[in-house]
Design a protein around this ligand. Sequence first.
Ligand SMILES: [Zn+2]
Length: 49
Amino acid sequence: MPKDPTIVMIEGRRCLQCEYKWVPRGEGRPALCPKCKSLRWDKPKREPK
Ligand SMILES: [Zn+2]
């Protein structure tokens, strides 16, 4: 079985808004980024054009 990169992401989370990395406690998706408090920390920041 090839390594699934999404499995690695479970160990540590990275906020796509501020690039902060942390290890969440418990299971499931963290509600918000502990640094910038963004609820959309897992969504890439879109640059308005
Ligand atoms: Zn953040």
